[in-house]
Design a protein around this ligand. Structure first.
Ligand code: AMP
Ligand code: MG
Length: 393
């Protein structure tokens, strides 16, 4: 059985970012990753811009200046200042070509049309130079940048409306289990409500993925085979829930083998989530997640999300890992590495009760997972522990 570190390594070695791109309107581009460098079509700012409300002046040796006019934001006229001339100017207005400083209005006293400036003036002070942020033809943002609100706004300041981004994958979720019933229906004895599909959809949505389809199959080999065959053909990523353990009615492993999905690993020395499967068929990626809901979600956050991000062009994605002082103690039974649901707050972490992989009531409150390595045996109160912050806020 492989270790947690080996699982990370194998996933990272076997996932390449996609070569598929799409052109997308900036309004829809949040969270996408740039497929190519974006060149600026203009200088930004497009003209020498006043950074203050005040007076644009043409510097000379005396302290008095003659007020000859006004420029406000949006004005397009060009005023000509001789040395010793000043114009009233406002933030964002174009600074006349013949002005070489903007003086804050707080530094000026005025009498009729004469201004008096007592303080020292530096050449070009309070003037945003033409192209200060980016020059026409220069790279405005590089390939590989993930588009945030700021990045989208910045590209919009350059007049850009569309960009080429990495295509996000289409994702199929396949839920297995005879016992599963949709919430809203009544439960018969032996049945439980199906919750992994909505859990994975919500986690994917939060990460910015919405091209998702859901499929349900009973614990029946031929049906499992048929559905998996179809979804692998039609999607970039397939997430299977349940049916990957060694029970007599777990048919996912056999079906994947029959479909010639290459197994990169099956079983990781970890708790929860030991029966995790990762494989590929051509460039299609298949994760089979354990059915136990908390195990399934742990595996999703620990492994799947990074894989999907990389596939979508984001090479920088990494879950935040921090060191924190434990407020709880914990004794690890067995040799497996553990991911413990926890609440991290300001440098401290509390390990929650109820770590069983079937239990979501604990996970519902957790914002982090405390990582206990294979070699570690226990955690004492006040020990420094490694905490993985969940990408949920
Ligand atoms: P399995 O991995 O199929 O053996 O399932 C392990 C446990 O998780 C069983 O108790 C299942 O009933 C439960 N389980 C499996 N799939 C789901 C699901 N989609 N929603 C809620 N519980 C599930
Ligand atoms: Mg099952």
């Amino acid at each position: 059985m492989i270790s947690v570190e080996q699982a990370f390594q194998i996933i990272s070695e076997n996932i390449q970012l996609t070569d598929k791109s799409i052109d997308i309107d900036l309004i829809d581009a949040l969270g996408y990753v740039l497929f190519q460098d974006v060149l600026s079509p203009i200088n930004m700012p497009p003209f020498r811009q006043s950074a203050m409300d005040g007076y644009a002046i043409n510097l000379h040796d005396a302290k008095t200046y003659a007020l000859i006019g006004e420029v406000k934001a949006g004005d397009g006229h060009q005023l000509h200042l001789k040395p010793g001339d000043a114009v009233r100017i406002f933030t964002g207005a174009p600074v006349p070509n013949s002005a070489n400083a903007v003086v804050m209005q707080e530094k000026i006293s005025s009498q009729n049309h004469t201004l008096i400036i007592d303080s020292n003036i530096t050449i070009n002070e309070n003037i945003r130079p033409l192209g200060e942020q980016v020059l026409e033809g220069q790279v405005a943002l590089k390939k590989g940048v993930k588009l945030t609100a700021a990045a989208i706004a910045y590209l919009t300041t350059l007049g850009i409306t569309q960009v080429k981004v990495y295509k996000k994958p289409s994702i199929a979720i396949v839920v297995t289990g005879n016992e599963l019933v949709q919430a809203g229906q009544s439960l018969q004895y032996g049945q439980i409500y199906e919750s992994n599909a909505i859990m994975l959809i919500s986690a994917l949505n939060q990460a910015g993925y919405s091209n998702i389809s859901t499929h349900s199959v009973n614990d029946h080999y031929e049906k499992t085979f048929q559905v998996l065959k179809e979804v692998i053909y039609e999607n970039d990523v397939v997430l299977v829930s349940g049916g990957i353990s060694v029970g007599d009615y777990d048919f996912v492993g056999k079906a994947l083998e029959e479909l010639e999905v290459i197994e990169h690993f099956y079983k990781v020395n970890q708790k929860p989530g030991k029966p995790l499967f990762f494989g590929k068929k051509d460039d299609k990626i298949i994760f089979a997640l354990p059915g136990n809901p908390a195990a399934s979600l742990s595996c999703f956050y620990i492994y799947v999300i990074a894989a999907i991000e990389k596939l979508s062009g984001n090479l920088n994605f990494k879950l935040n890992r921090v060191k924190a002082v434990s407020k709880s103690d914990f004794i690890k039974k067995g040799e497996r590495a553990q991911f413990l649901k926890a609440i991290y707050k300001e440098g401290t972490v509390e390990i929650l009760e109820g770590q069983n992989s079937s239990m979501l009531h604990t996970f519902a409150l957790a914002n982090s997972l405390v990582y206990v390595a294979e070699k570690d045996e226990s955690i004492n109160i006040n020990d420094k522990v490694e905490v993985i912050l969940l990408p949920i806020n």
